[in-house]
Design a protein. Structure first.
Length: 207
């Protein structure tokens, strides 16, 4: 398939979904709270797209993303008690890291849940039941980590996005595949920026 044919195969829905998804990640890298409204819009657009592509765990995941967009907004904001909650100011939610035991639980739980879900989906017409299940389950945990500003979320995303890139290309969602190439670059940028902020916070606390 040549480049022109690839672009002709892209639907307006796919283009819009990718645009908002990219906006979300760019804003998240900068710890800009507007990443959450962008995430909500992109999520609703992606829901319809993934149902049509028979990526059922991905479709269900969009509902979780929508809820997490609201949760993330609330976590990154705080109400000013002096105005009875009438005004909203940016929260001072600091970047933090998880202890090793949390990662053991997160990774082990993701593999177990993905195996069970993939086994169930093998009985349907789902595409890539195990891989899709793994990326979907992993994304649930990792999105929560973003909402809580856990530094290691970027490492998790590196694995998830690499697998997702393969899935989207195989399902001929070429614009999404291209988006995930960009995601892989931004994941590294995000980790470096958040790590810098985390170190600065640690240095400030120790002073």
């Amino acid at each position: 398939m040549d480049v022109a044919e690839v672009f002709r195969s892209m639907s307006p829905l796919e283009v819009s979904s990718v645009a908002f998804s990219l906006a979300y990640l760019l804003l998240a890298v900068q710890q800009n709270i507007l990443c959450w409204p962008a995430a909500l819009i992109g999520t609703l657009l992606s829901l319809a797209l993934f149902v049509d592509a028979r990526l059922y765990p991905e479709s269900a995941l969009q509902l979780f993303y929508a809820a997490m967009a609201v949760y993330g907004w609330r976590q990154w904001r705080r109400r000013d008690p002096a105005t009875d909650g009438a005004s909203i100011e940016p929260a001072e939610l600091a970047v933090s890291v998880w202890p090793a035991r949390y990662h053991v639980l997160a990774i082990g739980g993701s593999l177990l849940a993905a195996g069970l879900l993939g086994t169930l989906l093998r009985k349907t017409n789902a595409a890539f039941p195990y891989l899709d299940s793994f990326t979907s389950v992993g994304a649930v945990i990792t999105t929560y980590m973003v909402a809580r500003k856990i530094l290691e979320n970027w490492v998790y995303w590196l694995v998830i996005d690499a697998i997702s890139l393969y899935i989207y290309w195989a399902r001929e969602l070429y614009l999404y595949a291209g988006l995930f190439v960009i995601y892989l670059v931004l994941v590294v940028v995000g980790f470096l920026r958040w790590h810098r902020d985390w170190r600065a916070q640690a240095a400030y606390a120790a002073a």
